[in-house]
Design a protein around this ligand. Sequence first.
Ligand code: ADP
Ligand code: MG
Length: 233
Amino acid sequence: MSAPGPIVTTDLAVDYRTKTGTVRALDCSALRVEGGASVAIMGPSGSGKSTLLGLLAGLALPTEGAVTIGGETISALPEPERVSFRRRALGMVYQADNLLPHLTVEENLGLQLAICRRETAPDQGIDPDALLRRLGLARLAQRLPDQLSGGERQRVAVARAVIHRPVVILADEPTGALDAASAKLVIGLLVEVHQEIGATLVLVTHDPQIASYLARIVHLERHEKTSGTTDAR
Ligand code: ADP
Ligand code: MG
């Protein structure tokens, strides 16, 4: 794996056209996250946090501005190349685990590796057994997702996000549905694994305690009244 380059955005805006007019979903002044660093994105509901992660993932395109990751302008790539970028370079964790319900823990990880292997070197990935042990999941390998607790499912979701050693991990409120103890366990493991593999971590959270696990906090403001980001530290 090459060392991750920085994530750089110019001023980004996303507009959605609705029946009643145009809605500005995101208005975010320029942002830079160094390769391998971690940042928490905080802000009120509706301030565009999920929209911003979607742009960083190349899942959506900005109305204004550009997203560059490791020197590659993701927002200018055609869709097939953005798919390739996601498989090669990106790990995603969502609030709901999004595991495939009819596959075991081991099979969920195996499928992720198989999909990513089309775009990565054969030896880029982490051995699934070693990763499951690392995340305290070894005894759960043969379970189906609905045979796990919410915290265990999110730990599997973390495993799935990192198994191909992505250069960027994007997490959208990954502990939002968990009790405090499970949330602490999941965020602790996510931050440890991000450091171990040297990936850049961008994580959205409402919770200041969760945000405190990350090196830096960026606040997205509601754009009806104000626009842009402020750096808290
Ligand atoms: P957050 O994750 O910070 O809660 P979102 O990024 O989900 O915010 O949404 C930002 C704003 O954009 C919200 O006001 C939301 O209602 C609006 N929005 C999101 N997706 C769409 C869409 N497909 N069409 C219209 N408005 C949308
Ligand atoms: Mg959101």
